[in-house]
Write a protein that binds this ligand. Structure first.
Ligand code: 13P
Length: 250
């Protein structure tokens, strides 16, 4: 069974409510002809409600940029899975490299978020990726394996659509340096091999693995041609409707 491509836009800490609404409107208008793929938008929390209104009736999926694990409680600054579902979010980015490296999120904390999301019906997009020093020291695969095993500890899923993985080499994020298609495919193939050890083969073979890191309209085609690349997690280029539209239409 072919995996359905997923093009996801991570807007990071950008857009006011007005800007987010205008961007979402332009993306909805550009997406009406897309039937064989999914598009997900992850605006900042403050714009989720407005973007939910704007995309209503379209096929676009709403995602959050992070997610708390408990359903409610004394967790100042966190947003729970039921709160996100209430806004129409069905997916959440977890363990983004900026959460790991700027805010110190560990595999253990990320695993709690993944568990909370899966158990409460939000699809995690678990982000993993090596830093430049790790790649240069030939440690890429062991870093990816550690992040996958740590983030997915005690997770069991019966349906491959309950989980998405995003491979985002840290050195490629916001730098204009996309991983080469060969480097990306090598990492994605390895990720799938680790997933096969964690889940039933029939499930692991259907889990989507996105590539992220300086994806632009000129690079998406060759990335999507690789066997184990099932979509993209786009940062900077997702903020420009023209670029994101070209990426969606790869
Ligand atoms: P850029 O596309 O800006 O490199 O960001 C990638 C990213 O971090 C998406 O989550």
């Amino acid at each position: 069974m072919p995996r359905i491509p997923l093009i996801a836009g991570n807007w990071k800490m950008h857009t006011t409510i007005g800007e987010a609404t205008a961007l979402a409107k332009a993306i909805v208008a550009a997406s009406t002809d897309l039937v064989d793929r999914q598009v997900m938008l992850a605006p900042p929390f403050t714009a989720l409600a407005a973007v939910a209104d704007t995309i209503r009736g379209s096929n676009i999926i709403l995602g959050a940029q992070n997610i708390g694990w408990a359903s409610q409680g004394a967790f100042t600054g966190e947003i729970s899975p039921p709160m996100l579902k209430d806004l129409g979010c069905t997916m959440a980015i977890i363990g983004h490299s900026e959460r790991r490296h700027i805010f110190g999120e560990t595999d253990e904390l990320i695993n709690r978020r993944v568990k909370g999301a899966v158990s409460q019906g939000v699809i995690p997009i678990l982000c993993i990726g090596e830093q430049l020093e790790e790649r240069e020291a030939d440690r890429t695969m062991s870093v990816l394996e550690g992040q996958l095993k740590g983030g997915l500890q005690e997770i069991s899923i019966a349906d491959p659509n309950q989980l998405v993985i995003a491979y985002e080499p840290v050195w490629a994020i916001g730098t204009g340096k996309t991983a080469s298609p060969i480097q990306a495919q090598e990492a994605h193939k390895f990720i799938r091999h680790v997933l096969v050890n964690l889940f039933e083969k029939s499930v692991a073979s259907q889990i989507r693995i996105l590539y992220g890191g300086s994806v632009i309209p000129d690079t998406i085609g060759i990335l999507m041609d690789q066997d184990d690349i099932d979509g993209a997690l786009v940062g900077g280029a997702a903020l420009q409707p023209g670029s994101f539209s070209r990426i969606m239409h790869f």
